[in-house]
Design a protein around this ligand. Structure first.
Ligand code: ATP
Ligand code: LTN
Length: 337
């Protein structure tokens, strides 16, 4: 593998029966592109998923499903390292070191934690949810990643990663690469089709606002056609005054490669109906083969398992090396074999 390439690393949770359009356009699409130019590590973060107490059978099934969807989206195990987080025990080991380096107040300021714990109430919020971003820090630092391709909602967690890498390096000597977020401006935040002021999200969106890639394509077409726009009729990109239309233009532009300006011209005088009808067809043309490919991977669990076994082996080689450096730096006594 070309180790002179810059390294990228990212992860996705197996917490849903399907990826949604926000996951794909905001993150996974970039993962696919970056495997051509970078030394790429991608994982399904099953340990992070435990913070929402999934049913054990469902978690196992969704972990496989997430891998199948990543392959269907275009990840190629010959071009990237694809693995499951819990197959590499070094993640939780480095997480402990990072826990000890993080201030309580610092962790309490993470906005995703604040939002989620406020929704659930303090009694139902686990220490795991509190420490979630710190496990993510360990995920990234273990691989000495230069860049982390994610959506805008993850920016604060990458900031924390940078802070902890610098703190560790300052205290114990240079050990970790300080990573940068890789967030594409155009697709950093895909919005809910019904409530274009909030991000499309598996946990916060109502079904009509959420496009799941594995849904029945006909139902998806209907959702796109009934997306909320505004009372005007002009197709123009304007996130402040026309968030609904702008979101549709972003999705259209990213899936087809057409520029936003070009689309504004194409739909001049035609109104929102034409835009939505065409976009519905574009989305259906995208999800239909995606569903088929996902199913094919699911139908062949042996191939899936062998991809994951190779991925874990490659990941572990890197992770174990970093962990042993970190253990040594903080002063843990090495075990003699
Ligand atoms: P939740 O909202 O329930 O926390 P999610 O729908 O954001 O979950 P995740 O599994 O947390 O899904 O996200 C996986 C990746 O997809 C992350 O990189 C995240 O930034 C990105 N992502 C999620 N939703 C969007 C969105 N609406 N627009 C752009 N990127 C997104
Ligand atoms: N919190 C991330 C998932 C995640 C991640 C990572 C992303 C866990 N570990 C490491 C990038 C790098 C999310 O998408 N909700």
């Amino acid at each position: 593998m070309a180790s002179d390439r810059p390294r990228v690393l990212s992860g996705i949770q197996p917490t849903s029966g399907s990826f949604h359009l926000g996951n794909y356009l905001g993150a996974v699409r970039q993962w696919v592109a970056l495997q051509e130019s970078h030394d790429a590590f991608y994982m399904v973060v099953d340990l992070h998923a435990l913070t929402i107490h999934p049913d054990p059978k469902e978690l196992r099934a969704r972990t496989r499903l997430a891998v199948a969807q990543l392959l269907a989206a275009g990840l190629d195990p010959e071009r990237c390292t694809l693995f499951v987080q819990s197959h590499v025990p070094e993640h939780t080991q480095l997480a402990w070191i990072m826990n000890c380096l993080t201030g309580f107040g610092e962790a309490a300021r993470m906005t995703q934690f604040k939002d989620k714990s406020a929704k659930q109430g303090a009694d139902r919020t686990s220490v795991g949810l509190f420490a979630y971003p710190i496990l993510q820090v360990a995920d990234i630092l273990l691989y000495q990643a230069n860049e982390v391709p994610v959506g805008e909602d993850q920016r604060q967690h990458i900031e924390l990663t940078r802070d902890l890498a610098e703190r560790f390096n300052g205290r114990y000597g240079d050990t970790f690469t300080v990573p940068a977020p890789y967030i594409l401006k155009e697709t950093a935040k895909i919005y809910d089709l019904q409530e274009p002021s909030i991000k499309m999200s598996k946990s916060a969106s109502a079904p009509k606002g959420l496009v799941n890639l594995l849904d029945e394509p006909k139902a998806t077409a209907k959702k796109v056609k009934s997306a909320v726009t505004d009372t005007d009729t002009v197709v123009r990109y304007d996130l402040v005054d026309k968030p609904g239309v702008s979101n549709l233009l972003t999705i259209y532009s990213t899936l087809t490669g057409a520029g936003i300006g070009e689309l504004e011209q194409r739909y001049e005088g035609k109104g929102y109906g034409a835009l939505k009808t065409d976009l519905a067809e574009i989305v259906v043309d995208f999800v239909t083969p995606f569903r088929e490919r996902t199913q094919q991977y699911l139908d062949d669990p042996e191939t899936l398992d062998s991809i994951l076994a190779k991925g874990a082996e490659k990941a572990r080689a890197v992770a174990a090396e970093t962990l042993s450096q970190a253990y040594d730096k903080v002063g843990l006594l090495p075990a003699k074999h």
